[in-house]
Design a protein around this ligand. Structure first.
Ligand code: ATR
Length: 287
């Protein structure tokens, strides 16, 4: 089988796990593919994408900070990309134009249900943050039937904009991050702020926790540590990072480009071990 070219675009991107994930999926089907990382700044992203596809690229994953720009470059967009205004998957159409997909929300929902056994129908959900990551998952949480979605953000007007776009005022409300004390009980708390990525702590009331609360950070590894640390301190029953969501989004991209859907669990476990070894090595270096 001929080798085909894929890449992930981001900034920074050098430490992306996507090439490793896609190569592991390709092995499941005996496929050969090239999967690289392309570091593009916001200024160079459009030209870099154009060059990649002109040089025979078949598909690309797109991550921070380019998801909105990726959406804007596409001639065709799936419903999920259109309502979020952002895309994490670009694919070359037969006529050379680009198609955009957004698989983030559907993959979070699948991960919550199938890997973590969460029942979303009728549940009360607190979504922290109202930026790109929160937009990417909020619509799908409503599709999944959550009973009430509270969006808490540092900047209240940004959360209100997302609530307005979601268009379901009976199920969705915005509150400032500073008003979470006494905001009620939540079955599921999802951190979609970039605080951890920026190395900031998140100042959340411990009273939000409790053994029946499931906490999920859409980021992974070091970026998820502040929120997961809070969740443990608050006595949350379960607290997980978004490494498995990353694997699920890669699997959906793989299916868009190649047809078959890969098996994700062994790849997720392999990445978990890989990151644990990396963390051990970097702590050994700093001792
Ligand atoms: P991303 O695409 O990663 O979501 P983004 O669109 O810049 O990035 O959004 C970042 C989100 O994290 C925003 O909701 C931001 O809050 P503001 O709207 O008030 O800026 C939130 N955020 C970033 N740093 C934060 C911090 N230290 N504490 C709380 N929220 C933070």
């Amino acid at each position: 089988m001929a080798s085909t070219r894929f890449a992930v675009f981001g900034h920074p991107i050098a430490h992306s796990l996507s090439p490793r994930i896609h190569q592991a999926f390709a092995r499941q089907f005996g496929m050969q593919l090239e999967f690289g990382t392309i570091d593009a700044t916001p200024e160079t992203f459009g030209a870099a994408v154009g060059q990649f596809f002109a040089d025979g690229g078949t598909g690309a994953n797109v991550t921070v900070p380019h998801k909105h720009a990726a959406y804007a470059l596409a001639a065709e967009r799936d419903v999920s990309a259109a309502r979020v205004g952002a895309a994490n998957v670009l694919s070359r159409l037969p006529d050379g134009r680009l198609a955009a997909h957004n698989t983030d929300g559907a993959c979070l929902v699948r991960d919550l249900r199938e890997r973590h056994g969460q029942v979303l129908e009728g549940s009360t959900v607190l979504l922290l943050g109202a930026g790109g990551a929160a937009w990417g998952v909020a619509f799908s949480l409503l599709d999944a039937g959550v009973g009430a979605l509270t969006i808490a953000n540092r900047t209240a007007t940004t959360a209100e904009r997302l609530v307005h776009a979601l268009g379901q005022p009976d199920r969705v409300q915005a509150i400032p991050l500073t008003r979470l004390s006494g905001a009620g009980h939540f079955d599921l708390i999802i951190n979609a702020t970039s605080a951890g990525l920026l190395g900031h702590s998140l100042d959340l009331p411990l009273a939000l926790g409790g053994p029946e609360v499931f906490c999920y950070d859409v980021s992974y590894a070091k970026a998820a540590l502040p929120f997961l640390g809070w969740a443990r301190a608050a006595g949350a029953g379960h607290a997980v990072d978004g490494l498995s969501m990353l694997v699920e989004t890669a699997a959906d991209s793989f299916a868009i480009w190649h047809g078959p859907h890969p098996v994700t669990e062994p790849v997720f476990q392999q990445l978990r071990r890989h990151l644990a070894v990396q963390a051990q090595e970097s702590s050994a270096l700093t001792v």
